[in-house]
Write a protein that binds this ligand. Structure first.
Ligand code: CP3
Length: 345
């Protein structure tokens, strides 16, 4: 398919680009007043996620308003545990809450993995199809899922946590349970990503938001092992792996079947480049808090990051999602700065 702007795909594939592509994690929702206006029409976040027409509308808003180089489908990583049998609520100003959590091997009886994916997650597929139609090939559409370890965190903890000690405890007290659950999540996630691909997404990203809370050995055993299965299974479109805080595992991730490695702001881009060489694209990694500074400071720090790149294989982004209280005008300054930057080689 021909896009008016396919920079992000070309960059992911290591092909030539005339400028660096830019988008923001969590660009759909969170910051735009236009998003909140749509959200107000519905009873809550979950209803929006499950209303394909509205989900498509808020997916496209950042393309029209922020002028980013890719859209990301409006949904959440938590639709997967929900489809597997654990219902969640999104509590205003607090975040997700699961009434039922996995504490012991007996609890696995309420977790399903053999179900028709389209039956339970068809609303995402519909949102993708509507979005594709309305995007009309302007820019590529990114699909996504949580990495098995991050989904495991929510299924065992039931909510956000500073330590995720309930999730980490299980790795020591019941590794068999941990592997069984991680295996089920992985199986469902692969089917889910394939559903998104057959519905029309052009790139997929796996978010391992809680990668950084595990030590290296445990991350290899309970995190990377399962991301690797996903990477091997997803062959149809370019894949991005964003494992936040996984500085110690960049080498292992770069050995996987992925195109792009997401990097948070704690990692040094040049060190990452030295480790991975030219074989992968790097996505990231401006500290999101830079967007709280003045317009001129945003320009300066964004240019400083761009100047530090020693390769064309970059997709520009923040080092994590944009924060809800950020001024869209500041976000626009970041995007404009990237778009005006001339690559020197
Ligand atoms: O990137 C995008 O804009 C696409 C949509 C998207 C959402 N969630 C919508 C959302 C994506 C890619 C996600 C991923 C997600 N969800 C992650 C991984 C990325 C990351 O930031 O680390 C995680 C850990 C979640 C779980 C989740 N969903 C939490 C902890 C919360 C509450 C706090 C918050 O806003 O992040 C959500 C809710 C959520 N997901 C909102 C949006 C727009 C806010 C809900 C609202 O409208 O009130």
């Amino acid at each position: 398919m021909k896009f008016q702007n396919d920079l992000i795909i070309r960059s992911a594939n290591g092909e030539d680009i005339e400028r660096y592509p830019v988008w923001l994690m969590r660009q759909a929702g969170r910051i735009l007043p236009e998003y909140r206006a749509v959200r107000k029409k519905l009873s809550g976040f979950k209803e929006l996620v499950k209303s394909p027409e509205f989900a498509a509308e808020v997916t496209i808003q950042p393309i029209d308003i922020l002028n980013v180089d890719a859209a990301i489908i409006f949904s959440d990583i938590l639709v997967v545990p929900e489809a597997m049998g654990l219902n969640y609520e999104m509590i205003e100003k607090k975040g997700p809450y699961f009434e039922k959590t996995i504490k012991s091997i007996n609890d696995l009886s309420c977790v399903e993995k053999e179900f028709d994916i389209e039956d339970r997650l068809g609303y995402v597929s519909q949102a993708i199809k509507i979005t594709k139609k309305e995007l009309n090939s302007r820019v590529p559409l990114i699909g996504f899922a949580g990495a098995p370890w991050t989904i495991f965190c929510y299924m065992t903890e039931g909510e956000g946590s500073k330590t995720f000690s309930k999730a980490r405890k299980i790795l020591y007290t019941d590794p068999i349970l941990a592997h069984e659950l991680l295996d089920s999540i992985t199986e469902v996630t692969i089917k889910y990503l394939k559903l998104q691909i057959s519905s029309g997404v052009n790139i997929v990203q796996v978010f391992d938001s809680w990668a950084g809370i595990l030590g290296k050995d445990q991350y290899v055993e309970f995190g990377l092992k399962y991301i690797n299965k996903i990477a091997d299974a997803i062959t149809e479109v370019p894949l991005t792996i964003f494992a936040k805080g996984a500085y110690n595992s960049i080498r292992e991730i770069s050995a996987m079947n992925c195109n792009t490695i997401g990097v948070d702001w704690n990692m040094n881009i040049n060190e990452v480049r030295e480790i991975i060489g030219e074989s992968k694209t790097i996505q990231g990694n401006l500290d999101p808090c830079v967007l709280y500074s003045s317009h001129s400071e945003i320009e300066k720090l964004t240019n400083k990051m761009l100047d530090s790149f020693k390769s064309k294989r970059h997709i520009v982004n923040l080092g994590h999602g944009v924060y809800p209280d950020m001024d869209p005008e500041k976000v626009k300054t970041f995007i404009k700065t990237v778009k005006n930057y001339e690559i020197n080689y």
